[in-house]
Ligand binder design. Sequence first.
Ligand code: PLP
Length: 433
Amino acid sequence: MGETASAPERDFTRRELDAIRRDFPILARTGRGGRPIVYFDSSATSQKPECVIDAEAEFYRLHNGAVHRGTHLLGDEATAAYEDARATLADFIGGSPEEIVWTKNATEGINVVAYAIGNASEGRGGAEARRLRIGPGDRIVVSRAEHHANLVPWQELCARTGAELAWLDLTPDGRIDLDTLSAITPATRLVAVTHVSNVTGAITPVEPIVNAARDVGAMVLLDTCQSSAHLPVDVGALGVDFAVFSSHKMLGPTGAGALWGRRELLEAMPPVLTGGSMIADVTMERTEYMAPPERFEAGSQPVAQIAAWATALGYLGDLGMDRVAAHEETITRALLEGISSVPGVRVLGPAQAVDRVGVVSFTVDGVHPHDVGQVMDAEDVAVRVGHHCALPLHSFFGVRASARASAAPTTTLDEVERLVTALSHVRSYFGGM
Ligand code: PLP
């Protein structure tokens, strides 16, 4: 990056943006149409800067060894990389290292909490696990805007324990409707919501939800998959009990994720996956488990990916999450204006660039989203198509699928223009106006 900003919340200058873009080798790729690919699918998976690609390779080239085992140099270096990454993520999200559990993705992080509660409900775990037990008469609350990753595990937990699932409903433009907070009743034990919708881009009003949960003594889990690469996220300030993170959406490698949990809750949770690397003692009859976070890290971990994720977090930190958010606001405004100006296009979600990020899902009259995606790909504009793992939210909007454009810190206004131009060709391609 060239210039430094005088105000931290200022959008990137064009020069800065060009320098950032040069860090991402894939942005030089051309597509099927022969033009540079305009990548609008960062919500599905983000592209990686060169330093992250190098960090993963460098781990294998110079430091590869098994963590927490043995006394040789490479084992020590691998362990240091693994534990330093834990401290880096903790610092990035305002938590402490012993509260970070490595997982392979955010989905696994949510499942760890759900299965631990399920195991506690079956009488597993120590005396402290009793506080986590749920059963008939208890309630888990989600929202209608959840990714399947933050819905299906709770359906399964309810099926397993006899607890009931309830949900916060939505306003017509797809925001969580705070008039439905009454779903959080005194029977509620846990509220699990997304921080940002992966369909509408709407930012969840976390504070009133946390307050409503606190009033009835319920825990709160926050899914940050669509916020943590776009906004500053501070788990302490948010006041939640659990949060899940996904490396591959934060400029990091695939295969790594994390669960952050309040220490006393992690300590109360019985293990989920069991085996090596999570035990204090084992006899043929029984096993004593390690304290968190290791209790939840059975088996070999994606160490190279975790080490490179830390590099990605350093990169995002150097950009400045306030500036990333300011840049995204500019792009979101342009995306919303451009996409909604195309005849026959309907935006699913809030139409104004307020309390939302650069994730814009849309439908085109009379054209299936898969065809929309293909026509745009022919112009080298990459958008995601389908239900984006959020079928209940699509049903709410009365559609089965949509196309989705999602921005990154590298997105330019020129790219938005290319997207809007490609989109404006879609209907004529299929004989529409
Ligand atoms: N939650 C949301 C809101 C998402 O957008 C996604 C992925 O798209 C997930 C969860 C699942 O994330 P992961 O791939 O890390 O399991």
